[in-house]
Design a protein around this ligand. Sequence first.
Ligand code: ADP
Length: 522
Amino acid sequence: MPGQPLALPSADELFEDAACGLVLTDLDGRILRVNRIFCHWLGHGCEQLIGQRRVQDLLTMGGRVFHQTHWAPLMQMQGSVAEVKLEVVHRDGHKVPMLFNAVRRRHGDVMFDEIAAMVVHDRQKYEQELLLARKAAEAAQAQLTHADRRKDEFLATLAHELRNPLAPMQNVVRLLKRQALEDAQLVWAREVLDRQLAHLTHLVDDLLEISRITQGKVDLRCQRMDLRDALHVAVEAAQPFIDSAGHALALSLPEVPVMLHADPTRVTQMVLNLLNNAAKYTPQGGRIALTAEVRGGEAVVAVRDSGIGISADQLPGVFEMFSQVASALERADGGLGIGLALVKGLAALHGGRIEARSEGPGLGSEFTLSLPLVVEAEDSVGGQEVMDMAMPEPIPTAPGVLRIAVVDDNEDSADSLAMLLEMQGHELRVANDGLAAVMLLAEFRPHAVLLDIGLPGIDGFEVARRVRAQPWGQAMLLVALTGWGQQQDKDATAQAGFDHHLVKPVNPDDLAPMLERLARQA
Ligand code: ADP
């Protein structure tokens, strides 16, 4: 009511009926003052505790040991402990789980320990529910993954089976082409067959390719190569299509070689895909530009067109498998929406990436393909420059938070280790085989990788070598997790580029110092 002073509770009342247990002790733990609620939780009267008992005397045996080995030293060293869960023994013998916070503070000339405690039944219940929800989500995820794998397998089988009858059909068309046909209708029929068969073959090949990539079955034949050569081959292959649509193609390539460690056929394939799309999604008589340059330790290839463009909401989805923008469908020419997914997969396998930009519908599109430059180990001056430029651009994380990848074909080991590290606040990703690991690391660019050696596909040694061959992989902390701890095993991991060698089962305490050091630098 206006004018009437509020009747606030006194400090004593606040202390006694606080929403948590409050205890004041001397440095030995002896209870000097305790509030009503804490005594009530333990079934004691306050007078039975004050001056009579030490806090540690109220704990279970395990709690007392913890108090001695952790709590007391921490109070001495840092003057506080936070969120410690311990069990306190009720007067009737049952255990009450509690969460404690304590600080050491000076009042006048004397130091005291001030302790706040909460009963954690509710929290436990809540945590259990969280755990159940998480398990349900994981089960749903596992089901989805299974269905997804079945779909990939089905597509792979389908592509394979479709390809078998295509080969003899192509041979027959080739045979027919050798015939000097007189009948104009037959000539026309042969041409239709030829064109449609080529189109069908192209679709089936794309399907087969993407299945191989999603199943990790693509083997790159990487070699030292000049990017410009691959670009010339792609332009040559795309030129007829570009010309037939009446587009003008502008080329701008560096004058000096741009050396990559890559598979030339695949690089050509990626750029050819982008050029064909530019021609396909640009109305007759448009402009297409192909440029290549070296930027930030990477080769950056850009294909720009003056075509139909892509709206902002469709842009993020264009690299997904089978994605087709509705407005582009009439031009899709029977495409399956696989081409860009293929480019994305191949780019990742090379340790690179692809990005799309467009100002919007009608305003053209730009696709940029970035691939790591080769690291010239033998040329220390030039090589060092490349490596300096090629340091991974750190994707910022909160201070002390690391991006960590765990690679292990034993899913339970991988998941549990990842979960443990996630609980320490880090950002975690998991891969279960070698190729998946290479793709994950290229995309995720973790600060640290915990890498099992025995892996399906390519082993951990090869993963480490491939990572170290990339500019962005130089600074990554690579930790080998292996069953073997002999000196020769350690030599082998060191030689493959690992920074540390840990023998399984890994004790997370062994990891802690490495990660702490890394977090300080990150
Ligand atoms: P497809 O061309 O077979 O449909 P892609 O994976 O190559 O499959 O492309 C996926 C979709 O992305 C296309 O259907 C189209 O909507 C859009 N797209 C690709 N390239 C361009 C481009 N240069 N301009 C506008 N849209 C494009």
